[in-house]
Design a binder for this molecule. Sequence first.
Ligand SMILES: Cc1cc2nc3c(=O)[nH]c(=O)nc-3n(C[C@H](O)[C@H](O)[C@H](O)COP(=O)(O)OP(=O)(O)OC[C@H]3O[C@@H](n4cnc5c(N)ncnc54)[C@H](O)[C@@H]3O)c2cc1C
Length: 477
Amino acid sequence: MSIAFPKPDEAILSRRKDIIGGLGRIVAPEALIVSEDERRAFETDGLTAYRQMPLAVVLPSSTEEISAIMRFCQENGVKVVPRGAGTSLCGGAIPQADAIVLGVSKMNRVLDVDFQNRIARVETGITNLGISQAVAHEGFFYAPDPSSQLACTIAGNIAMNSGGAHCLKYGVTTNNLLGVTLVQIDGTVVQIGGEHLDSAGYDLLGLITGSEGQLGVVTEAVVRILRAAEGARPALFGFERVEDAGACTAAIIAAGIIPVALEYMDKPAIQICEAFAHAGYPLDVEAMLIVEVEGSDQEIDDMLRRIVAIAEPFRPKTIKVSQSEAESAAIWKGRKSAFGATGRVADYICMDGTIPTGQLPYVLRRIDEITKSYGLGVANVFHAGDGNLHPLVMFNINKPGEMEKAEAVGEEILKLCVEVGGCLTGEHGVGIEKRDLMTHQFSATDLAQQMRVRSVFDPLWLLNPAKVFPLEGRLAA
Ligand SMILES: Cc1cc2nc3c(=O)[nH]c(=O)nc-3n(C[C@H](O)[C@H](O)[C@H](O)COP(=O)(O)OP(=O)(O)OC[C@H]3O[C@@H](n4cnc5c(N)ncnc54)[C@H](O)[C@@H]3O)c2cc1C
């Protein structure tokens, strides 16, 4: 799965000075980044194996500035790669040599909070965690919680329809978003959705969510905020067999219980995360589930009792219920640091596919077999409750050929997800990483129809080009 970038447009490259001049007439000098050293900070994202130096980077401060930039880019045939914090794991924010990067990080204000109606209006450069922090004093929070929430922006969350450990109960971004302000490539500003539930007409908000920066630049968002539950408590269940953890997950979901979170970690992941976070994870098991429930103390006790009863036939070797806030925090610190902690011991690529939860035992066995057949290691950590896998395929970048092997493993795993009735991406998006695998999920007719939708918003394909759709497919559309 070696990823190709299209050849840059020489005509655009030769006009770089004029393009920079045009952008400089729209934004303040400090909002325009042109030197090679400073542009380097934007040449990649969370998919660090791939990089491209952008033509220039522009960091506007308002919707009006973004509108003017977009109009200028459309008139001059300049490609635009929207960017939040650059934490995308699928290369969604990686630039192209003949494109500008348009970052919203300076637009990070909370514009309005309405606790009575449980909504917050924000500029989209605000971090995911920043929203919860802004409403915490009244006992509220914003539910979707990607592990990158300290850094990633709501702009990126909307573009990728991001999820997180606590999305099993509360839903992912699309379920917590009510409206957006979208700047289209011709500079037009449109309001989609609003402060109310649902809208008349087509579900354009659903279309924009997960559109990976290809339909417009989202500058403001209205999100749902929720009152935090009275209490929450995670419990750890350790199993001697991977299959038992998978089957136990499927049984909990099949019983109709919706914990707030139901996370899976296999032995390598447990050991890596425990060494980093000292979370009290059991080290003598092959797989572990973190199951968190919330409510009053009595509700928590009741639900945990039911979950323990469901788990018992799968013979858990460890059952450990958190006894304090500190213990709960340590359990989540371990899980949420999984990617960073893995990065301490190996290079890795993080895959992101979904499967029907009933297929977990089979898929976990196959992931192990596939990885071993390439002589590589894998740490599995994922949102098991909704079947969203994150195998971290480990390799050594200094060993020639190992990264290519890791990519081949990743490709086989994603094809496996599709084969068992799942999907190429659960929450990280397609970007460049899975672009060339889209033909395994969709027929040529399906893809052509999706590309037509894209063309309605961006007829010249200037917005985040070379992502999501196979390059040759674009020409045929
Ligand atoms: C350690 C780590 C843990 C992670 N954990 C999770 C997790 O638990 N769950 C999860 O879902 N993801 C996770 N991610 C992936 C990543 O954080 C998310 O995809 C996140 O939403 C990206 O946000 P960002 O601000 O960094 O966006 P960027 O990476 O900058 O951009 C992501 C996409 O959004 C588009 N975009 C950016 N701004 C705009 C805009 N204003 N308008 C339109 N399009 C725009 C970009 O073009 C790109 O396609 C993780 C990443 C890391 C590095």
